[in-house]
Write a protein that binds this ligand. Structure first.
Ligand code: SF4
Ligand code: SF4
Length: 73
């Protein structure tokens, strides 16, 4: 697939541990650990964007990856 990939990003400082993203994720990618979201199974993520859409605190989002960059993973 040409073009941009997306990767899941979280900002734990903004996460208040409400669990909304965990509940809405259709693939059980996410979990809560000590009241913070954790990307438990990143390989299952289908980049649907539900977590980003539902998080009230902008603490989780999909970020474009420029495939020409080397420093990701
Ligand atoms: S993008 Fe979709 S599949 Fe991936 S973590 Fe968010 S809700 Fe789950
Ligand atoms: S919806 Fe946002 S604030 Fe709530 S647990 Fe998920 S990332 Fe944290």
């Amino acid at each position: 697939m040409a073009g941009k990939e997306k990767r899941l990003r979280i900002n734990a400082r903004w996460c208040k541990g409400c669990g909304i993203c965990v509940a809405f994720c259709p693939r059980q990618v996410l979990s809560l650990v000590k009241d913070k979201v954790r990307i438990q199974s990143p390989e299952k993520c289908i980049r649907c964007g539900m977590c980003e859409m539902r998080c009230p605190d902008y603490a989780i989002w999909l970020e474009d990856i420029d495939e020409t960059e080397e420093n990701y993973g």
